[in-house]
Design a protein around this ligand. Structure first.
Ligand code: BG6
Length: 514
């Protein structure tokens, strides 16, 4: 027990030391980062600009080295010019020629085919040189490669003794992690034959977003929320992950994935878990991840009838100059791939029994907006006159992006002689309160990985539990073709059925302000 400076008692967690997150948002020890897929789209758009940004802000050691691997037979010099081009295009706002050139001096290239021994032999030599003595403190393999290259890459690393050693390398694996529970479990099994779980960083970039991390802080740093955060006071929770863009040249991938694999299985499940999990006993990675897994286990499995009745799929149709999904390049004209999902879920545990969770996400919706809305129950007694029939429910809005804010809607008396309620918002806004410069989610995740903090990465059982929830939805939708696709015009809030889903329950989606 300790007494804070107001003289109030608080019990120390016995895991308190694990909560002491590094205050520093830099990593000043030298590291070696090997990017498999160093010339690919992810490297170009996200990883290289993110590393450059960290460099620009002096948040990385100048003695660090980055090695891009690719199949192309190019020289270090050519790769650096590829990197410069990537930065000019994707780090355009912060691009500075001199800084970018200095950044490039830390970058090298290695022509290597993930399936050929010769590549790993070269990699062995390169890693040996870069880590000789105590030249490096940390070694990370970032697999920015298509799913079919994950196994050959790990096999290659293992064969050439690159999975262990003094630096205990970390391996970062991008989504999609498997296509269903079975393939994810097989992949986990395979990875864990070569690395141990503490070395494996399964990325979900949503967890690197400041506003997503804030969900746990907001919940567990405020004592007034916990008594209300349950079935007694909460009517329902809505989670919206809306994108206004289409498939942006990624149709070949998207055709294989569809909205459930692309967003629901990972980003949306993570948001749901953070909003609903029990307080962890401490902030250590496994203590947090244990609680998330418990939520997934408590999610009511969705059977055929539930899916038919409470899940809605959609695909966008053309609108104005915006092409429909079926006219996107590399999409067959009769594609049944869903680009929209809405569904109702229940969490059968003591806290949430009976509370509906409505989730929706889609491409080409009316706005880009990710938000979580907690709608509270109405007061139990109508006390304030007939006009109070229109009393608005209390809403807590957690704006994840692009509006990074929290707002609480309460009712007050409208000035004047009558008893007229009036809804007002108490608002918190990240940029107004902190004026923070925006950091990409990848920056935080890479720094955590270098530091060895797994809290924001998905554990093997967590990934499998998330697949278990969505597998039946994908299976049913694959086996019964939709008869109404495309069923929502681009630029709208999705098919009508998504609105009926809530209307049947006497509720409505709360559209984000935009
Ligand atoms: C990715 C999906 O995981 O997340 C994309 O594959 C999607 O389809 C993207 O566009 C959305 O991320 P953000 O950070 O823009 O919300």
């Amino acid at each position: 027990m300790h007494r804070d400076n107001l003289g109030l008692d608080a019990v120390d967690s016995r895991f308190l030391q694990t909560c002491d997150l590094p205050q520093d948002d830099s990593y000043k020890k030298p590291f070696v980062l090997v990017i498999f897929g160093g010339t690919g789209d992810l490297s170009k758009r996200k990883l290289l600009p993110m590393l450059y940004h960290l460099e620009q802000e002096e948040r990385l050691s100048h003695h660090s080295k980055i090695v891009g691997l690719g199949r192309g037979d190019i020289t270090d010099k050519q790769y650096r010019s590829f990197v410069l081009d990537a930065l000019k295009t994707f780090a355009i706002e912060s691009f500075d020629q001199d800084r970018a050139k200095t950044f490039c001096t830390r970058i090298g290239y290695l022509a290597a085919d993930a399936r050929s021994d010769a590549g790993y032999q070269k990699l062995c030599r390169r890693i040996r040189d870069l880590t000789a003595g105590d030249a490096a403190d940390s070694l990370v393999y970032y697999l920015a490669v298509p799913p079919d290259l994950i196994r050959p890459t790990i096999e290659g690393l293992f064969k050439y003794n690159l999975c262990g050693g003094r630096l205990t390398p970390k391996i970062v694996i991008e989504k999609p992690f498997g296509r269903d529970k079975k393939t994810a479990a097989n992949l986990n099994h395979f990875i864990l034959e070569h690395f141990n779980e503490q070395q494996v960083y399964r990325i979900d970039h949503y967890l690197g977003k400041e506003t997503v991390q804030n969900i746990l802080f907001f919940r567990f740093a405020n004592s007034i929320l916990e008594p209300l955060w349950n079935r007694r006071y909460i009517d329902h929770i809505q989670i919206t992950v809306a994108e206004d863009i289409g498939v942006e040249g990624r149709a070949a991938f998207y055709e294989q994935a569809g909205v459930v694999r692309d967003i629901v299985q990972n980003h949306m499940m993570q948001l749901l878990a953070l909003v609903t999990m029990e307080p962890p006993v401490g902030f250590a990675p496994d203590l947090v991840r244990d609680e998330k897994v418990k939520v997934f286990r408590a999610l009511r499995p969705v059977g055929d009838e539930h899916i038919t009745t409470f899940m809605v799929r959609g695909q966008y149709a053309p609108a104005g100059s915006v092409p429909g999904y079926r006219s996107e390049e590399q999409v067959p004209p009769d594609s049944n791939t869903p680009t929209f999902f809405a569904g109702k879920f229940f969490i059968d545990n003591w806290r949430w029994a009976g509370v509906p969770f409505y989730l929706r996400t889609g491409k080409r919706l009316a706005a880009r907006a990710t938000q979580i809305i907690v709608q509270f129950k109405q007061p139990p007694l109508r006390l304030l006159g007939r006009t109070c029939d229109i009393i608005e429910p209390n809403l807590l809005v957690l704006g994840i992006q692009p509006k990074e804010q929290i707002s609480l809607r309460l009712n007050v008396k409208h000035p004047g002689p009558g008893n007229r309620p009036h809804a007002i918002n108490l608002d918190f806004d990240y940029s107004r309160n902190f004026g923070l410069k925006k950091h990409s989610a990848y920056e935080r995740l890479l720094l955590d990985c270098l530091r060895g903090d797994l809290t924001l990465f998905a554990r093997a059982d967590e990934v499998e539990a998330m697949w278990e929830i969505v597998d039946p939805i994908i299976a049913q939708w694959d086996s019964i073709p939709p008869d109404d696709f495309p069923n929502y015009p681009a630029g709208t809030w999705g098919p009508n059925d998504a609105h009926s889903l809530l209307a049947h329950d006497g509720r409505a989606w709360i559209e984000p302000e935009h």
